[in-house]
Ligand binder design. Structure first.
Ligand SMILES: Cc1cc2nc3c(=O)[nH]c(=O)nc-3n(C[C@H](O)[C@H](O)[C@H](O)COP(=O)(O)O)c2cc1C
Length: 350
């Protein structure tokens, strides 16, 4: 009902209303999400009560972490946070492709900046429950002179408050950002991040994941796999939104500029995930993102090699109640396949 009502507003207004409602704890008088023992696993030393997380971009400013946990998410990734506050690109910059269950956005890292977001994280942290796992996704300012310094700044400033940190080098809406994925550049970035980590005791053992684009070709994918193995990268998040436009799209908004997310990217992002799992021999933790809106799709990602899964666009079309349904379906699916725990299914379709 509320989801349909929100659709009467332009997408960004609907999002702003949603955040306001959540902040006022609207609709939070709901039953505790069910806990499934079969979905609990420890990854990189972190205990995840379930593998379904909120992808970056929904709670860019770390304002509604508690409220989103109440819907049953196993983990929540906030951001992307840039060192300085940014307004992002000119509006309109978010488009609903209703007929395609998809979104195109060219927001351009609009966020309140690390200073203000740090305060939000601190207030969450003060009441943080041990099984509320949060990731902090960091990026660079559009006008920065030194890309790498922006990432190092984000890690140093906010890293303590996350259970893990994500390095976002794959958003299509910040000029030059995705070039950081290229051979040489990505390795330089990783080495500098690891050096920074080794200098700060509290960050030394904090998992750092790198979020990559679904638009990488096979050679770039292989480069990243080899680089990840050679440098002991903790994990890869696969994937961000795509600049490609599949032929199947029918919405009038299909040619808007920006990153496409939702149902139409499920297939490609899952193929990429599967390729990366095989290129890294299952030795690197993978997080699958892109077009997940059911337990079945979540399970597909896991069987393709993901230890964890995230979603965003499905919330826009189906609302947060899908989390309960996804968890229930996942539990059923692993039981049908004869597994006791979700971790046994990782990579099983390769
Ligand atoms: C409106 C919108 C804003 C987003 N902002 C970010 C962001 O700030 N940082 C990021 O890493 N990904 C961002 N994403 C990408 C998502 O985290 C996710 O990788 C992508 O949407 C694919 O998942 P989905 O199909 O479940 O939405 C954004 C996606 C959408 C739809």
């Amino acid at each position: 009902m509320l989801i349909k009502l929100l659709r009467l507003f332009p997408p960004e207004t609907a999002h702003a209303i949603t955040i306001k409602l959540l902040k006022s704890n609207f609709n939070l008088n709901r039953k505790q999400p069910k806990i499934y023992k079969s979905l609990n696993q420890t990854i990189k030393g972190i205990n995840f009560k379930n593998p379904v997380g909120l992808a970056a971009g929904f709670d860019k400013n770390a304002e509604v972490i508690n409220q989103m946990f109440a819907y049953g998410f196993g983990f929540i990734e906030v951001g992307t946070v840039t060192p300085k506050k940014q307004l992002g690109n000119e509006k309109p910059r978010v488009f609903r492709l209703l007929e395609d269950d998809a979104i195109i956005n060219h927001l351009g890292f609009n966020n309140k900046g690390s200073e203000e977001i740090l305060l939000n994280l601190k207030s969450f942290y003060a009441r943080k429950n041990i099984n509320e796992i949060i990731g902090i996704n960091v990026g660079k300012n559009k006008s920065t002179q030194n890309d790498i310094d922006d990432y190092l700044y984000g890690i140093e400033k906010l890293g303590f408050y996350g259970d893990y940190i994500t390095i976002n080098i794959s958003s299509p809406n910040t000029p030059g950002l995705r070039d950081l994925q290229l051979r040489g550049k990505i390795e330089r970035l990783v080495k500098k991040i690891q050096k920074k980590q080794s200098e700060i005791e509290q960050l030394e053992h904090k998992p750092i994941f790198i979020k990559i684009s679904p638009d990488l070709d096979d050679e770039q994918l292989r480069d990243i796999a080899l680089m990840s193995l050679a440098n002991n990268v903790n994990g890869l998040i696969i994937s961000n939104s795509t600049i490609q436009r599949p032929d199947t799209l029918i919405s009038n908004f299909k040619n808007e500029v920006g990153g496409l997310s939702g149902k139409p990217i499920f297939l490609n992002s899952t193929i990429l995930l599967k390729k990366m799992y095989s290129l890294t021999n299952g030795q690197i933790t993978l997080i699958g993102v892109g077009g997940v809106s059911s337990g079945h799709e979540c399970y597909e990602k896991i069987k393709a090699g993901a230890s964890l899964v995230q979603l965003y666009t499905a919330l826009v079309y189906k609302g947060p109640k899908i989390i309960d349904q996804i968890l229930k379906e996942l539990d059923e699916l692993i039981t049908i396949d004869g597994y006791k725990n979700i971790s046994e299914a990782i990579g099983k379709s390769t």
